[in-house]
Design a protein around this ligand. Structure first.
Ligand code: FAD
Length: 453
């Protein structure tokens, strides 16, 4: 029997439309499905708590599906470049395949590993599986990357359409002797003391089969109303696919091809376009989570951090109904509606005058869809320091936002009921909206005066 191939799974925890897996099966040799928990390689951002919970369950689901098809998932922990080479040596593998990653440190690891394995005579190939358009293929007329969304998305749509998704394999033959695997339970991805994941369990079922069911339900039940109702947090009109795309339980190609012919798909697909734009931006600015994209924002005079204000925001105790509702939805379910993400982020940055990076970190820790590009990209968008960002002087007024997008108060009633109950006693407002907004605008004067790159 020929020497096995390794498929290194990363943020693509699925069997359908997995080009690296397809390539391994085409080699006609046993397949070793490998996942590495890498908390050691330099620059790799440690996962947040909610993400670790999701990862645990998604890996368990992937392993079960591989076993139904004759394989299994090999779990290893450690710096990825060392671990992959160990598994190649253990298994006598002749080929290693993966779908590409686009973050800076990840690309560096992958490029180094590719060169080292090739030097050892191992075949290596990488594939496009996580984005619809490879970042180096979308350029302006001058050959540079886009910094504004609309021309970016127009340029994407002018390229050949995203390829059709690959079918899910029926059989995935493993080697006679599988390399040793860690036990998933030993990774400690689930919270124990205390177990705060009850709300996550009540809300989500990680794994590819549930992801496919959600996609179908969205396409048959919700997409018609998407354009009209996507901004209303209690309407249930959005797809809830963000964690599925974050973990690659669905590929964007699958979502694209299944949605493209639906009535009203344009608006929905353009949101997938924002995901592409965020990832392309990260590709060109790998330090998106830590540095202002517009460097003049480095001159912003953040006051010393007030930990009590940050904590009140995190706990949903700001005294503003929609902000508190959103922060509690996030804490309980690991998710928050997009409109409310914008309102809560604006409140932190522009009313509490807290640096966007603190908010980004909290979302990183608590979102099940915490995404290496989408999260910092959107925080910088709200802060005004990002690509094609909302102007800094646009300060969302949480009361007006609630009256516009939660007219009947259903969202607040669900997540912060004391604001709606006749005898409810909501927290007192942490800040005055008018004066805190003015303080933010005054601080912004420093940015306006700062030299631009
Ligand atoms: P839908 O409206 O159904 O959209 C479909 C898909 O398009 C989403 O699943 C997502 O993959 C993509 N998408 C939609 N809006 C955006 C956007 N603004 N930017 C990038 N991609 C988008 N999204 C994440 O996936 N992970 C994050 O960590 C994340 N952090 C955010 C932080 C802030 C401060 C803000 C304002 C937004 C953030 N978003 C993030 C974007 C957006 O809020 C979520 O993608 C969306 O709410 C997910 O719900 P949905 O799947 O029902 O979206």
């Amino acid at each position: 029997m020929s020497a096995p191939s390794i498929v290194w799974f990363r943020d693509d925890l699925r069997l359908a439309d997995h080009p690296a897996l397809r390539a391994a099966l085409d080699r006609d040799a046993p397949v070793i499905a490998l996942y590495i928990l890498d908390e050691e390689s330099p620059g790799i951002r440690p996962l947040g708590g909610a993400a670790r919970w999701w990862l645990h369950h998604s890996l368990a689901s992937l392993d079960a599906r591989l076993r139904e098809r004759g394989g299994r998932l090999v779990l290893r922990r450690g710096p990825a470049d060392r671990v992959v080479r160990d598994v190649v040596a253990d298994a006598g593998a002749a080929a290693v395949y993966w779908n590409r990653r686009y973050g800076g440190p990840e690309r560096e690891i992958d490029a180094g590993l590719k060169a080292a394995l090739r030097e050892d005579g191992v075949e290596v190939a990488s594939f496009a599986g996580s984005l619809l358009f490879e970042p180096w293929t979308v350029t302006t007329g001058a050959g540079t990357h886009f910094s504004v969304y609309s021309p970016f998305w127009r340029a994407c749509l002018a390229l050949p359409s995203p390829r059709a998704p690959l079918p899910e394999p029926r059989e995935i033959p493993g080697p006679v002797r599988s390399p040793a695997s860690d036990d998933l339970a030993d990774w400690g991805l689930l919270p124990t003391a205390p177990d705060w994941a009850g709300g996550l369990r009540d809300t989500w079922e990680p794994g590819e089969p549930a992801a496919r069911r959600r996609l179908q339900a969205f396409l048959t039940e919700d997409i018609d109303a998407y354009d009209r109702a996507r901004d209303q947090p209690s309407a249930g009109a959005t797809s809830l696919l963000s964690p599925r795309l974050r973990w690659g339980e669905l590929s964007p190609h699958t979502v694209w091809h299944e949605a493209v012919h639906a009535a009203g798909a344009g608006r929905f697909l353009s949101e997938l376009g924002w995901r592409e734009f965020a990832w392309h931006t990260l590709f060109h600015f790998p330090d998106l989570a830590t540095r202002n994209l517009r460097r003049e924002f480095d001159a912003f005079p953040w006051p010393p951090l007030r930990p009590t204000a940050l904590r009140a925001w995190q706990r949903g105790e700001t005294g503003y109904a929609i902000v508190d509702a959103g922060m509690r939805e996030l804490w309980r379910t690991g998710y928050m509606h997009n409109r409310v993400r914008m309102v809560t982020a604006s409140f932190l940055i522009k009313n509490l005058l807290i640096d966007w990076r603190h908010g980004e970190e909290w979302f990183w820790d608590t979102l099940v869809d915490a995404d290496g590009a989408n999260n910092p990209f959107n925080w910088q968008w709200v802060a005004g320091s990002g690509a094609d960002a909302a102007p800094y002087f646009r300060v969302f007024n949480p009361e007006l936002q609630a009256s516009k997008f939660d007219k009947d108060g259903r969202y607040v009633a669900e997540w912060a009921p004391e604001y709606r109950a006749p005898d409810g006693r909501p927290p007192l407002p942490l800040v005055d909206l008018k004066s805190s907004r003015q303080a933010a605008l005054d601080a912004y004067e420093h940015v306006k005066r700062a030299p631009r790159d």
